[in-house]
Design a protein around this ligand. Structure first.
Ligand code: ZN
Length: 134
């Protein structure tokens, strides 16, 4: 089977740690802002702002939660994007194949860039009668 990234798993990983879902989808450049943002706002949250009139800890916590939520949503779409880029769904059996694969791994239907040629698709009615010869 070709590598298939689950949007649910990606979202859950980003819920555990922002950026982790993006890493799971092999998009490290997209993970870095979430990881750094979370690190920054979390450290800000735990720092001492007792001397500051406005409590920045609350703002930092809010920003940290926003980073988490954004990362979860982003990871979900990262997985969808990964699958669209790397997978080719067989039009005959629905099996997921690596893009560029010459044949379906499950039913051996030949695959082109657009999918299997119509001759290999299951018949949806009586087969067409052969053309009559003059
Ligand atoms: Zn197939």
């Amino acid at each position: 089977m070709a590598t298939d990234k689950s949007p649910g798993i990606a979202a859950f990983l980003s819920f555990l740690l922002p950026g982790l879902g993006e890493l799971y989808c092999r998009m490290p450049l997209r993970a870095i802002p979430f990881l750094l943002g979370e690190l920054y706002f979390t450290s800000l949250f735990f720092s001492d702002f007792s001397a500051v009139p406005l409590r920045f800890n609350t703002l930092a916590l809010f920003a940290s939660i926003m980073v988490s939520v954004t990362s979860v949503i982003d990871a979900y779409f990262c997985a969808k994007q990964y699958n669209a880029r790397h997978l080719l769904v067989c039009p005959r059996c629905g099996g997921k194949n690596q893009k560029g694969a010459p044949q379906c791994l499950l039913c051996w239907a030949p695959l082109s860039a657009r999918g299997a040629p119509p001759a290999y698709l299951p018949a949806r009615g009586p087969p067409p009668s052969p053309p009559g010869r003059p």
